[in-house]
Structures are given as C-alpha cells and as structure tokens.
Design a protein around this ligand. Structure first.
Ligand code: GLU
Length: 311
C-alpha cells in the first residue's frame, strides 16, 4: 500500500481544490475555490489542485484544461502540477483488493433497484440491507465492492460547522467503494488522494459534510492521518438545488475576474475591502490578510438533505 514518505518534515498547511471535470466552473465552484485558497493563503500554506476525473462516464473532454485556465484567470496559483485521479486507478484498485482480502469489504451484485426495494430509508438515501454481506456472490470481477460499516459513531469537529456525529451503519449503511462499472467510488478515491497528496486541510462545499464520516472511517481502516475539515455554505439555484456543472449552471467568466471574486467573497460574508480592488493580485493580497472564518455564514442553513452527485 503506498504511504507518505516522511510525515515529520511536511508543511503545516497543505490545502487543495478538487474540481470534477464535468463542465466549466460556475459561481458555486468559484465560492469553494475562493474559500479554500483564501484559507490556505491566510495560514501561509500551500495549495494544490486535483482533477477529480475518476468518473470517466461524466468527464467532459477538455473540461479539465478549461477549468485550469479559468482558475489562472482568477489569479489562483497552485503548488506543483495538478494531480489527476485517472492516473491513480491502479493504486485505488490495489487498496480496494486489500480491503476485500482483509475482510473489511465485500463484493455485491445488488442493483440500485434491489437496494431501494429492500433497504430502509436513511437520511443519505436507502440503507444497504446487507444481502451480499451475508451471502457473497460468486463472480467477483466486475462487481460493486462495499465497505462494511458498524454501529460505532464517527465524530469530528468541523472548523466551520462545529461537532458532527454520524452512525455509519444506521445513517449510511455499507457503502460503495468500487462501482459496478469498475471505477473506484469517490469516497475511496478522495481518501487515497488526500493521503497521497499530504493534504492537511480540506475546505470544500457543505454538500460533502455528510460524506466526511465515511471518509474518516476509511482513513482509520487504512491507517491514514485525518486532515482538518471545514465545510463552506453552498450556492443554491432558484429552486433550492446546488448549482451543478452537469446542469450547465452559468460558468463564471475570467474575462472580468474581480467582480466575481468579490461576489464569492461577499457570499462567504467576508469583510468588504475599504478601497477599490482593481486586479486579481490586489484581491488575493487583501483576501490573505482579511479571511475570517468566524464570519462565515452557517453552512447548515442551506444544506440539502438529498444525495450529492458524489454518492
Ligand atoms: N470533486 C468534488 C466536486 O467537484 C469535490 C471533492 C472534494 O472536495 O472532496 O464537487
């Protein structure tokens, strides 16, 4: 299993932004990027970009390059080359295989329909009824893999939300770490990535708040350290749904970047500049000094109770 080389010498703050290349960045993704980058700058940290392209069925050709171009236009500057999940597929598969051979995960041939019909309704979607955990299927190659959950409660303190507690078996159930089409699931990939990239601080949208206990559970099983988590309020559309690249939410234009950066800043309830800001450099210098996590709006005020695109 791959491991970090030497944790003792690492920097104190390594943040990241991990867009999925399913379309161009919209205002919602810009808000997450601004929050994550401002937090890293404020703490003199480094900041990386990772392209979450593991789901090749949803990746839009050219979107990764276009997103990087947008980020450049907004004056973001990242450390090193962006990482791509598609370059780590064999690492994910090796880890999934090891979790199965250690008895921590199992193959499953239940369809979504089976789970919906037999599963109890949970806050994050139907709870897996345990069918294949009790009676494993024969053919293993292309099947879903689920991680076993137990009744222990997972607790963590989110930097912006406060205490979060989830009982995985009760609220989520045995969850998918490899999909039936063979791709590693987001929950597995993100944990391995954050570990390989030595991420110390995850700042992202609150639509992923209720995925975090699953990620902490996996980190524990794999013996990885836990980054600090901070979940930001998410931008909703007129119908109260999270803006989505797939739904073609209006992309932000880097042609006139400062007004969009200021709008994202204002959405995050950050202190208004007292003199006009003309360039992205001026914006980021101001943001690095003035970022204030205590004035962030409560992310749970606009949290969705349905599943996110990552589930
Ligand atoms: N790739 C996810 C997204 O675009 C973010 C994943 C994460 O930050 O953990 O919403």
């Amino acid at each position: 299993m791959p491991d970090r080389a030497d944790d003792s010498a690492g920097p104190i703050y390594v943040g990241r932004f991990a867009p999925s290349p399913t379309g161009l960045l919209h205002f919602g993704s810009l808000v997450a990027a601004v929050g994550s980058y401002a937090d890293a700058l404020h703490q003199d940290g480094t900041w990386q970009v990772r392209i979450d392209d593991i789901d090749e069925t949803r990746a839009v050709p050219g979107a990764a390059e276009a997103i990087l171009h947008q980020l450049e236009g907004f004056g973001f500057s990242w450390h090193g080359e962006p990482a791509y999940q598609t370059q780590r597929k064999s690492i994910y598969q090796e880890i999934i295989g090891k979790l199965v051979s250690d008895g921590l995960a199992f193959y499953c041939d239940c369809s979504r329909k089976d789970v919906l019909a037999a599963g109890r309704k949970g806050p994050q979607g139907p709870i897996y009824p345990g069918t294949c955990r009790k009676m494993p299927p024969q053919e293993e190659r292309r099947l879903t893999v689920r991680l076993k959950t137990d009744q222990a409660s997972i607790k963590f303190s989110d930097r912006f939300v406060g205490q979060v507690c989830q009982n995985l078996a009760f609220d989520v159930g045995d969850y998918v770490i490899r999909r039936s089409d063979g791709f590693a699931a987001y929950q597995l990939a993100v944990v391995v990535d954050d570990h390989l990239d030595r991420i110390t601080h995850v700042v992202r949208g609150a639509d992923l708040l209720h995925s975090t206990p699953r990620q902490i559970h996996l980190q524990t099983l794999l013996g990885y350290g836990r980054p600090a988590y901070g979940h930001l309020p998410i931008v909703l559309d007129d119908q109260g749904r999270k803006l989505s690249k797939q739904d073609k939410a209006r992309p932000v234009s880097a042609n006139a970047p400062v007004p969009s950066l200021l709008a994202a800043w204002e959405f995050l309830n950050q202190p208004a500049p007292d003199s006009p800001i003309g360039t992205t450099d001026e914006f980021w210098t101001f943001a690095a000094t003035n970022w204030n996590t205590t004035s962030l709006p409560d992310p749970e005020d606009n949290l969705l109770d349905n599943q996110t695109e990552q589930d």
